[in-house]
Design a protein around this ligand. Structure first.
Ligand code: FAD
Length: 307
């Protein structure tokens, strides 16, 4: 069995594995794909101390750093269930089971996609999901935010300070965001809000986004907007479906509940990064959380090991 088994190979998982392995304890890392969301990112300008890098490059450095520590890395495997008996048992979709004295869950999250033509084609070429990450790339330009919930309206307020103009498109007839956010957004001169708008297509010139098409659900009319960027803000889904039959405590959104040491509701099971209730989902934040969870697991091990 492992002392610490990390589930996930994104920034949180990589940091957890390095911190655990540096304690000289038997560390394993199982992930579907090393690098996580970072692999889907092009420019990264907020990884502190590195003014600019690109996702695949950062992912390769993460993997190389983990490999320097003799961590047992298993990729191409999906976790399917977790149970705590004498040991913590992580069942994989392949049918195999991994045993460990402690576990760090770092399976991340994924942005909910619109599923309209052009979205996949123009991802990272005008279609964006993270205003903290990609907002500055659209300085001085017109952008749209799809989604009028809290994350959409927060994104609109945030982007309004950076870009030239923001149009918010909400499918329903009212915004679902908190009143205070809606009032703030409506007070900004360069933010327009359109409700009853069903986005039907993201269009571009073959290289990058130059607009979008939507249907006015009231009149049935098709309309077009000229834009340089589209921020899709219709939800971030944690990759925690495999825990639904486990006893790991989660909030209604499926985010794993953790304390300040990364501990979950199950003794010996820790969690970090975008899969948790952490309010801000970013690379540096995930890495810090991964380190915290690994140190939490180490503390747990030195207090519980009697063998
Ligand atoms: P993830 O990176 O999501 O990694 C999850 C890991 O778990 C992966 O290895 C995955 O394969 C694995 N996994 C998932 N489910 C299972 C399972 N059942 N079994 C086994 N393994 C599993 N943040 C920034 O700070 N700056 C940016 O510029 C930036 N740009 C972004 C651009 C895009 C397009 C996206 C999508 C995100 C961006 N982010 C950015 C956010 C950042 O990527 C995330 O906050 C960060 O990657 C979260 O790290 P994580 O380790 O928690 O999860």
């Amino acid at each position: 069995p492992y002392d610490v088994l990390v589930v996930g190979g994104g920034p949180a998982g990589a940091a957890a594995a390095i911190y655990a392995a540096r304690k000289g304890i038997r560390t394993g890392l199982v992930a579907e794909r090393f690098g996580g969301q970072v692999m889907d990112t092009v420019g990264i300008e907020n990884f502190i101390s590195v003014p600019y890098t690109e996702g695949p490059k950062l992912a390769a450095s993460l993997e190389q750093h983990v490999k320097e520590y003799g961590v047992d890395i298993i990729t191409g495997q999906r976790a399917a269930d977790l149970t705590r008996k004498q040991m913590i048992e992580l069942e994989l979709q392949s049918g195999a089971t991994l045993l460990s004295k402690s576990v760090v869950l770092a399976t991340g999250a994924r942005w909910r996609e619109l599923g309209v033509p052009g979205e996949a084609e123009y991802k990272t070429r005008g279609v964006a999901y993270c205003p903290h990450c990609d907002g500055p790339f659209f300085k001085g330009k017109h952008v749209a935010v799809i989604g009028g919930g809290n994350s959409g309206i927060e994104a609109a307020i945030d982007l309004a300070g950076i870009v030239k103009h923001v149009t918010v498109l909400e499918f329903a007839d009212t915004l679902r965001a908190d009143d205070v956010l809606v009032r703030k957004a409506r007070s900004l001169p360069n933010v327009d809000i359109i409700t009853n708008a069903q986005t039907t297509e993201i269009v571009g010139d073959g290289k990058k986004v130059n607009g979008l098409a939507y249907t006015d659900r009231e009149s049935g009319e098709s309309k077009k907007l000229a834009l340089a960027g589209v921020f899709v803000q219709i939800g971030l889904v944690p990759n925690t479906e495999f825990l639904k039959d486990s006893d790991v405590g989660m909030n209604p959104m499926g985010e794993i509940e953790i304390d300040s040491r990364g501990a979950t509701s199950i003794p010996g099971v820790f969690a970090a990064g975008d899969a948790t209730t952490v309010p801000y989902k970013q690379i540096v934040i995930s890495m810090g959380a991964g380190a915290t969870a690994a140190l939490g697991a180490f503390d747990y091990l030195i207090r519980s090991s009697v063998d």
